[in-house]
Write a protein that binds this ligand. Structure first.
Ligand code: FES
Length: 115
C-alpha cells in the first residue's frame, strides 16, 4: 500500500519495533517508515481496544502514538534514527469492569444527545 521514496542522500539505518528489526532512511518519519514496512496498527484505544494507526501524518490526531524509552510520542513527528527501540502501547484489558478513572461520557454522550 505504501512505498518509500528512493532518494540518493539518505543513510539507511536500523530500528526495532516490538522486537522486529526494520530498515529505513535516517530522518524518515517513524510512522511513514512503519507504514512502508507494512505495519498499520500502532496502538489500541483505551476504552474498547480498537486498533489505531496513523491518520493525519501531521501531529493532529494522536492515532500514531508509540513508546520510545517508555515515553509516549507521536510516530508521525518522530524521525527514524539508528538503533531506535520502539514499542507498541500495551493493549488495555477491556474485559475488566469499568473503573472510576475510565473516560466517561464518550459512548454515553450519543444517548444523551438523542434524549
Ligand atoms: S498520524 Fe496523526 S498525530 Fe500522528
Amino acid at each position: 500500500m505504501f512505498t518509500p521514496l528512493e532518494t540518493a542522500s539518505g543513510r539507511q539505518v536500523t530500528f526495532n519495533f516490538d522486537g522486529r528489526e526494520f530498515t529505513a532512511q535516517e530522518g524518515t518519519p517513524l510512522a511513514a517508515a512503519l507504514l512502508g514496512a507494512g505495519v498499520s496498527e500502532f496502538r489500541s484505544t483505551p476504552v474498547s481496544a480498537s486498533p489505531r494507526g496513523p491518520f493525519c501524518m501531521m501531529g493532529a490526531c494522536f492515532d500514531c502514538l508509540v513508546q520510545i524509552d517508555d515515553v509516549t510520542v507521536q510516530a508521525c513527528m518522530t524521525p527514524v534514527r539508528d538503533g531506535l527501540v520502539v514499542k507498541r502501547i500495551p493493549r488495555p484489558d477491556v474485559s475488566a469492569e469499568p473503573h472510576d478513572s475510565a473516560p466517561q461520557g464518550s459512548e454515553n454522550s450519543r444517548e444523551a444527545l438523542r434524549a
